[in-house]
Design a protein around this ligand. Structure first.
Ligand code: ATP
Ligand code: MG
Length: 266
């Protein structure tokens, strides 16, 4: 199956617990085109993970609908790959068998996917670590294995929730470049959630900027930077301009505060 278009129409999400109501998301209307890479940035608590879970079919919306092409999402789909902030590898399986778990769970033929699992792990710099168990891998390596696990079954949609949050800055830069390369090859539809403005601009075709609770879409910015956006892309004027536009937006909304230093220093 080819990449899918994701559509969110009038999506709202409320949570209610012990008489307290949280309005997490309001008036979310967004289309992510088939094969498009969309990043979502926004302040902590604005509903990004909630949005991802709704798109993944892991929880229902309070109002509005989520669609993949013409199909209404009401439960998790087989053809989605998800990467969460924590790698969550199974401790008693080595790296390649953790990746192949995805195949086992779908009752597919593991032997048909072994070569792809190896090649994904190699593209992510883990060719020498295929038979290592999670406790023998660094945190960054575990996260790279979890990215391979999300891609091994050739998903048409890839959903990532702060997937690089636990990585050190250098690894993060490398894995970003690797992820772009994998996406350029397979062209699945991607929703990528991050706190990092730089990362959003470096990876995405469009950046969705969210405002604080109840989370809503503030702006959607198109990123016209040539691909692949290797390490040098940070120097491009279009990169600097877009990062500045998003930073100004967060300053205007009080998400960032540039004057705190002066106040602290008195
Ligand atoms: N299962 C839940 N039950 C009740 N409230 C929830 C639940 N999940 C999320 N919330 C609330 O919804 C709001 C949005 O949470 P969410 O995790 O989506 O934010 P986020 O943007 O991903 O934040 P962060 O950047 O810190 O990960 C928060 O106020 C949170 O407390
Ligand atoms: Mg979150």
């Amino acid at each position: 199956m080819g990449a899918q278009t994701i559509r969110l129409l009038g999506v709202e999400k409320h949570f209610a617990r012990a008489g307290k109501r949280t309005h997490a998301l309001t008036d979310i209307n967004l289309t992510i085109d088939a094969g498009e890479f969309v990043a979502v940035v926004g302040p902590s608590g604005c509903g990004k993970s909630t949005l991802l879970r709704l798109v993944a079919g892991l929880m229902p919306a309070s109002a509005g609908t989520v669609h993949y092409d013409d199909e209404l999402v009401s439960e998790p789909r087989k053809n989605t790959g998800i990467v969460f902030q924590k790698a969550n590898l199974v401790q008693w399986r080595n790296a390649i068998d953790n990746v192949l778990l995805q195949i086992d769970l779908r009752s597919l033929d593991v032997s048909e996917y072994r070569a792809r699992a190896e090649s994904l792990l190699s593209s992510l710099g883990l060719s020498d670590f295929l038979d290592r168990y999670p406790h023998e891998l660094s945190g960054g390596m575990q996260q790279r294995a979890s990215i391979a696990r999300a891609l091994v079954h050739r998903p048409d949609v890839l959903l990532m929730d702060e997937p690089f949050g636990a990585l050190d800055a250098l690894t993060r830069e490398q894995v970003r470049v690797d992820l772009e390369a994998l996406w350029l090859r397979d062209r699945m539809t991607v929703m990528f959630i991050t706190h990092s403005i730089d990362e959003a601009v470096l990876l995405a075709d469009r950046v969705v900027v969210m405002s604080a609770r109840p989370g809503r879409i503030d702006r959607v910015l198109k990123v016209d930077l040539p691909r692949p956006r290797a390490l040098g892309a940070r120097k491009a004027p279009a990169f600097i301009e877009l990062v500045d536009t998003i930073t100004q937006e967060f300053l205007a909304r009080g998400v960032l505060d540039d004057h705190r230093t002066q106040r602290l220093l008195g």
